[in-house]
Design a protein around this ligand. Structure first.
Ligand SMILES: [Zn+2]
Ligand SMILES: [Zn+2]
Length: 397
């Protein structure tokens, strides 16, 4: 299949044992040395040293915190495409028995960001050796703190999207069999808002409730009422989740609590519904608290928009992926209720976020768990799909 007018072909035709070995070496090193969000100092050093050795055209360290940005400029005219790879691990202790197991207790690459970095690094090397045939410019954004959803915004504030026409990113996905790639043409993932409600009453003796304002009783009403925003105020065909995952208050059985702190998350696919429900969460909590003589204070801790692909760009990426893995291996994907801060890049530029199959052998594994593993066969596939996608997106059309 001919992907482009250029004589430059996707890496699939040139992938050799050395490239595959490089991918594994990067991935295993990064896997063994995971770091938490915004603390990716050694990771950034590993990446920037290698990019420097490749002779990239521009290398910026410390972008948006610990981020690393590198540019490779082709000798031919074309578009400017940004490839994003996230860098952070999670506060989890790995249980898998592999030689490259995390060397850091309590920190683990349990989402697969080590895979993303390895693919991006190797793609940078591959492109750096082909500037004479390369149309346009590719900027690599190694982004900190995806898991805390703060890194993408920090990098945008640092100017990572300046002069960029299109953005592309991938996520290795353990439920998807190796060899399959999912390129949604619209909705990929939900928005995610994290919030804290502080319910205040007046503490006192457990045997004299009439002299107190019981924050636990108010909180109980608030917790129940907030679920009605989903069941009674939202269309039954609109997917919404409100989860109140943490409720803390009180000190002893015979003391009325003066304060309860509720932490929750809101997930939806619709920007308007998201805004409406955030407002209603505040109104319902404040209204109930006031009716019961207390008060409620709302704090918005973080918010990520839904991940929505540009349909035209997704079509180009689908075709590129199909040229590598075969058309029938580019599969549909139901929108996921998880979130990704790649959403910020897609909010600002047309682009595509796709899922790379990486299901390991044996029992299924879930991202963000101590047992998380991936099938390393997905590395050369991901490299080839990403290189084909980038080459297609660089074309001026
Ligand atoms: Zn994750
Ligand atoms: Zn992730």
């Amino acid at each position: 299949m001919v992907l482009m007018g250029s004589e430059l072909r996707p890496a699939v035709r040139e992938l050799d044992a050395a490239t595959t070995q490089d991918l594994l070496t990067h991935r295993r090193h990064l896997h063994a040395h995971p770091e938490l969000s915004f603390k990716e100092d050694e990771t950034a050093r590993y990446i920037s040293e290698r990019l420097d050795a490749m002779g990239v055209d521009k290398l910026t360290r410390g972008a948006g915190g610990t981020g690393v940005v590198a540019e490779i400029r082709g000798d031919r005219p074309g578009r400017s495409v940004m490839v994003r790879a996230d860098m952070d691990g999670l506060p989890i202790t790995e249980t898998a028995d592999v030689p490259f197991r995390s060397t850091r207790a309590g920190v683990m690459h349990a989402c697969g960001h080590d895979v993303h970095m390895a693919i991006a690094l190797e793609l940078a090397r591959w492109l750096a050796g082909r500037r004479h045939e390369l149309p346009g410019m590719v900027r690599f954004a190694f982004q900190p703190a995806e898991e805390q959803a703060g890194g993408a915004k920090a990098m945008i504030d640092a100017g990572v999207l300046d002069g960029i026409d299109r953005v592309v990113g991938l996520h290795v996905w353990s439920p998807l069999p190796t060899g399959q790639v999912a390129v949604p043409h619209g909705l990929v993932m939900a928005s995610a808002d994290m919030f804290t409600l502080t319910i205040r009453g007046k503490g006192g003796h457990g045997a004299q409730p009439h002299l107190t304002i019981d924050a636990v009783v108010i909180a109980a009403e608030v917790v129940t009422a907030l679920q009605t925003l989903v069941s009674r105020e939202t269309s039954p065909v609109a997917p919404v989740v409100i989860t109140l995952g943490s409720v803390h208050g009180g000190t002893a059985a015979n003391i009325v609590a003066g304060e309860v702190v509720i932490q929750g998350t809101l997930r939806t696919f619709d920007a308007e519904l998201r805004r409406h429900l955030l407002t209603r969460i505040v109104e319902v909590a404040e209204g109930i608290a006031a009716a019961m003589r207390g008060s409620s204070e709302f704090r918005h801790d973080s918010g990520t928009p839904p991940v929505i692909n540009d349909a035209a760009i997704a079509k180009l990426v689908s075709e590129a992926a199909g040229s590598v893995v075969g058309k029938e291996m580019v599969v549909p994907l139901e929108p996921l209720m998880v979130a990704e801060d790649f959403a910020y890049f897609l909010d600002a530029r047309p682009g595509c976020f796709f899922m790379l199959g990486g299901a390991p052998e044996g029992p299924p594994v879930v991202h963000h768990t101590p047992e998380f593993r991936i099938d390393e066969q997905c590395l050369p596939i991901g490299f080839q799909v990403m290189s084909a996608a980038v080459l297609r997106l660089l074309q001026p059309d």
